[in-house]
Ligand binder design. Structure first.
Ligand code: ZN
Ligand code: FE
Length: 239
């Protein structure tokens, strides 16, 4: 059975996700517990796991309340052990664990934070990219360099093209405006920007995206060298 991913908008522009696979129900990056609890009640399900991509508050603030209410297993990045409270299990690069009917591969992707990880479901081609990669954009290099981010993105950009990407924020409309300044003549990007404007105006999520779509339109994935990538990251920082 293909797992089901449900988007839960939390805080200003974050997404948490409810991932159902077999008997497992995992909450990815709970930035705020209440909207997630409401959604779980509506769906009539109980979470078994929490997955954290990195230690920022907007991705973990709901951990405590969810853990206390449901007694679920908190899984997070090995290299942020001291920065996320009460983790039950931590994983590092290329570790696998089972979640319901799926295997989950942990990919360490430092740059935004030192221990940031992505979760990839190889049987279902689903990637939770946290604040590493966004639709049409990428995260800021808060605890690393742009070079680190480039190498981290390189670790995920050759996953199968049909991979669906669930990222940590709805930044797509603003990212599109910037992306067009980098590649004003990119026809796929121009078409996508128009589509995003409509979705944004209607309040419809632009997530998930796919790796194929990002290869066509995301300047950070399309950058071939670390130097070029760093230049774009720097321009975006000052945009
Ligand atoms: Zn973050
Ligand atoms: Fe974030």
């Amino acid at each position: 059975m293909t797992p089901i991913v449900t988007l839960v908008p939390v805080l200003e522009d974050n997404y948490s996700y409810i991932l159902q696979s077999g008997d497992a129900v995992a909450i990815v990056d709970p930035g705020d517990a209440n909207p997630i609890i409401n959604k779980l009640n509506e769906m009539g399900i109980t979470p078994t796991h929490i997955l954290n991509t990195h230690h920022h508050g907007d991705h973990i603030q709901g951990n405590k309340a969810l853990r206390e209410k449901y007694n679920c297993v908190l899984i997070g990045p090995l290299h942020e052990t001291k920065r996320i409270a009460d983790m039950d299990i931590t994983y590092g690069d290329q570790d696998f664990f089972n979640l319901g009917d799926d295997k989950v591969l942990v990919i360490e992707t430092p740059g935004h934070t030192t221990g940031h990880i992505c979760f990839y479901l190889p049987d279902s081609h689903i990637l939770f990219s946290g604040d590493l990669l966004f639709a049409l954009g990428c995260g800021r290099a808060f605890e690393g360099t742009a070079q680190d981010l480039f190498h981290s993105i390189a670790k995920i950009k050759d996953l199968p093209k049909q991979t669906r990407i669930y990222c940590g924020h709805e930044y797509t409309a603003a990212n599109a405006v910037f992306a067009l300044t980098v590649e004003p003549d990119n026809k796929a990007l121009i078409a996508r920007s128009e589509e995003i404007k409509k979705l944004h105006a209607a309040g419809t999520p632009t997530i998930p995206t796919t790796l194929e779509y990002e290869w066509q339109t995301n300047p950070f994935i399309r950058a071939k060298t670390a130097d070029h990538f760093s230049k774009i990251r720097h321009l975006k920082d000052n945009f």
